[in-house]
Every structure is written in structure tokens, then in C-alpha cells.
Write a protein that binds this ligand. Structure first.
Ligand SMILES: [Mg+2]
Length: 187
């Protein structure tokens, strides 16, 4: 008899939480380029442990136009992601992959949110059932990327609101990851 992974859904696929980085798991420093400047948002570790225990896997999807602008050094970006992954690992949370879109805002590149390319790539790489998955972020472009990928979406914080957005509203609005987590049940 084999133990079935808690991350497996009835379809045999994983359910995932795709996470924005800046303003979602760490403070948004606007073009963070210094690994020493990483500041984790309150209760993010507790929040992801709750979601882990619901069977979700975690993939990061972050727009990084600062790379295209020459403000963010690619080696620093990789070091920032290495440190974030190591810290979450210490906290019992496995961030499986960091997808980033190093393209300018105006490019409308398929990997740049609100386009769903990073989520679709993650779904292929990690055998994700998108209809059982969520995108979480602090901007309406995060919400839209989730919807375009076939996920449900959570809008965090008060930096942006659905009202007046050109994009469809999220399924959940929440002040924080931690408060959203108990509401993110499977369909
Ligand atoms: Mg953000």
C-alpha cells in the first residue's frame, strides 16, 4: 500500500498557490536589488503553513521589470530568491520554484502578468490542476493573471481595489495572506 501525497487532488494532479512576491510575501521595496533588504510580511510563514496543510504546493510568479530597466542585477535577483526559499524552508514551507518576468511593462510579454505565462509554465512543470489552484497578489494584474490561467484569485491588502479596475474582481479580497488562507478551500 502506498501513501497518497497530501498535495494530490482526486485527479492525481497537484493544487497550487501561485504567489506574487513583492507586497505579498515580502515588503515591496520597488526594484529590490539588495538581498540584505528582504523584509518578510507579517505572518506569511504561518499563512503558508496553513495552506501547506490544506495540500497546496507553492510557486512564485513575479514581474521584475527592474531587470530590463538595469536597476535589478540578475545575480542579485537569484540570490534574493535563494535566500527567500531558504528562509521559508527553515519555516517548514517549500517554495518549489521562482518564475520571474524580466520584461518592461509595455511589452505585454506572455510571461508578464497580467498574462498567465508564468502560471501556465508552473502548471506544466509541477503537474498542477489550475481549476483547483489560486493566484495571490496585491495588484489587480495578479488577480487577472490567475483568472487567465484558469485559477481563482485573491487580492491582498489595500494598495489596489477591484472597483474601477479594467479586470474582473477576485474571488477573495483579504487584508493579508494569513486571513485569506482559511477561506481558500477547494471547489
Ligand atoms: Mg506585488
Amino acid at each position: 500500500m502506498t501513501m497518497k501525497s497530501s498535495a494530490s487532488s482526486p485527479t492525481g494532479k497537484n493544487k497550487a498557490v501561485f504567489l506574487d512576491r513583492d507586497g505579498t510575501i515580502i515588503e515591496d521595496k520597488i526594484y529590490l536589488n539588495d538581498p540584505e533588504q528582504i523584509v518578510y510580511l507579517p505572518k506569511v510563514f504561518e499563512a503558508l503553513r496553513l495552506l501547506r496543510d490544506q495540500g497546496y504546493i507553492f510557486l512564485i510568479a513575479t514581474n521584475q521589470s527592474g531587470v530590463a530597466r538595469g536597476i535589478v542585477d540578475i545575480n542579485n535577483l537569484h540570490e534574493i530568491h535563494r535566500r527567500i526559499r531558504a528562509r521559508f524552508s527553515q519555516e517548514g514551507v517549500d517554495l518549489l520554484a521562482f518564475y520571474y518576468a524580466p520584461y518592461m511593462t509595455h511589452t505585454d510579454h506572455p510571461l508578464r502578468k497580467p498574462n498567465p505565462g508564468m502560471l501556465l509554465r508552473g502548471a506544466l512543470d509541477y503537474n498542477v490542476n489550475l481549476s483547483q489552484s489560486w493566484m495571490m497578489g496585491d495588484r489587480m494584474i495578479d488577480v487577472e493573471a490567475g483568472h487567465r490561467a484558469g485559477c481563482r484569485s485573491v487580492l491582498l491588502g489595500d494598495r489596489e481595489t477591484p472597483e474601477g479596475s479594467i479586470y474582473a474582481p477576485p474571488e477573495i479580497c483579504s487584508p493579508s495572506l494569513y486571513e485569506a488562507a482559511p477561506r481558500m478551500t477547494s471547489p
